[in-house]
Ligand binder design. Structure first.
Ligand code: BG6
Ligand code: MG
Length: 217
């Protein structure tokens, strides 16, 4: 029985990973080092401050900055990121997503957002996705980041579903682990080998249907 589908946002419903990358790379460049797309993989699903620590590690700068300086660096990155996502439009929703969300709704299954991002409400507003959700849990509502299960457990509670009746859609390893810790099944979205621990994996939402999900899970 599936009562709620919980969706991560960045990299699952929209391709905002590219904007996160552009903003982090701009920060690294200002600090005098290169930050590659390969390095950026390690930041997916990771909270803002933890991402900064990983980035500073790549530049050999971990331990160089005080907490206040780190907050300032993260705020600078976020300012650029917000500039990029403020220009987003509905055509940046990933292929097949709107059709699948409609299919989930028609099947009588609740829809929740489980995102680590504090910018989730802006992205949902810019892309017109807000109206699909029965519950929204974003980075401003949680105290522990993925792989802690808090974000998904809150989504389950807000939609009145037991964890065992929830399915999480995730593109990041930390999110797949959070789902497992919450006692939920997961669908890994994308082609990354880091999704091996998901219950099932799909390349994307094109051609994916609720009937198929029920059959595979
Ligand atoms: C996650 C992203 O969804 O949100 C991470 O995958 C990001 O890359 C995290 O660091 C926090 O996002 P924000 O928008 O609050 O900095
Ligand atoms: Mg993600």
């Amino acid at each position: 029985m599936i009562k709620t589908c919980i969706f991560d946002l960045d990299g699952v419903l929209v391709d905002t990973a590219k904007y996160h990358y552009l903003a982090w790379r701009r920060l690294a460049s200002g600090l005098g080092f290169d930050f590659s797309e390969h390095h950026n993989e390690a930041l997916k699903g990771v909270s803002r401050m933890a991402s900064l620590d990983i980035l500073l590690g790549v530049g050999g700068m971990r331990g160089r900055f005080s907490q206040a300086e780190k907050e300032e660096l993260a705020a600078r990155k976020n300012g650029w990121y917000v500039e990029y996502i403020s220009r987003m439009a509905p055509d940046e929703i990933l292929p097949g997503v709107v059709r699948f969300l409609d299919d989930v709704r028609r099947a009588g299954i609740k829809i929740a957002l489980g995102s680590a991002s504090r910018n989730a409400p802006l992205i949902l507003a810019r892309t017109g996705l807000s109206s699909f959700f029965d519950a929204i849990v974003d980075g401003s509502m949680i105290s522990a980041a993925k792989p802690d299960p808090q974000v998904f457990l809150m989504g389950a509670e807000l939609t009145g579903a037991e964890p065992a009746a929830c399915v999480v859609f995730e593109d990041a390893e930390a999110g797949i682990e959070a789902a497992a810790r919450a006692g939920m099944r997961s669908v890994g979205v994308g082609t990354s080998p880091t999704l091996a621990r998901a219950t099932i994996r799909i390349d994307g939402f094109e051609g994916f249907e609720v009937a198929k999900m029920k059959e595979l899970l």
